[in-house]
Design a protein. Sequence first.
Length: 297
Amino acid sequence: MARNPLRQAGTHAFLWRAVLGRALLVGALLPWSSGAARAADDVTRWDGDARSAARLVAGSQPAADGALRAGLEIRLKSGWHTYWRYPGDAGVPPQFDFGASQNLRRAVVLWPAPKRIVEAGGSTIGYLGDVIFPVRVEPLDAAKPVLLRLKLDYAVCEKLCVPAEAKAELALGKGVFKGSTSRDAALASAETRVPRMVKLGAGGALAIAAVRREPGAAPPRVLVDVAASGAVDLFAEGPTAQWALPLPTKVDGAPSGHQRFAFELDGLPPGASDRGALLTLTATTPDDAIEVAIRLD
């Protein structure tokens, strides 16, 4: 079976060059916003253009473990989309650079549940419409505020894809905010859309019940049974970004109360083996999402 050339390349760097090449076809539709977004209370100004823009938002209360809460909000023009951490058949994931921040130990970006986006020539994984990526912010010194500085590189697509970038800085932490912030509710909602990490076979209304190789399949194929009563989708990721697994598709044969997905073990980096490989499976419904790590036998 012929491989998709984008998956066969096995690297997002190749895909990013493709995005830049397509951008030359459309040219500069609108001028870029100039300069970094300055901190303004609990939200920064938008940095972008009419197709897309991004900003940082603050949460007023820390997480249960003491980490500060923030979010990167991306606004998309109707009909445009951006990508998840694994984009699928084409595209590139957003790149987050917090290296210029002050009093920052670590910033961890969380990924809300994505959608399957059908495009000409394949399917991608990402977000249609506005999206907030929650960010867990860990200060070096909890007694002092953090100045969170972000440089964002991402791609936005309609019929053609163009590269985008944004900069923003936002103060967080001790003594910065009193009471709730203007985007508290939206940030909390985005946090609930981050897939819950569960074990294979765990019960619940949404669960990944079983994963196995299909006997005798050539090329090798993996079958995944998902327990779900309504609409559900499944995404599969390899152990590194160089793995470019195809999107799972629904197939027949699932037991009662389950839905079965299948994907070929295609798009592996040169020399890589699928035996013992750690895969991440993400199952999503309109109201819930889970993430399961499994090792292939």
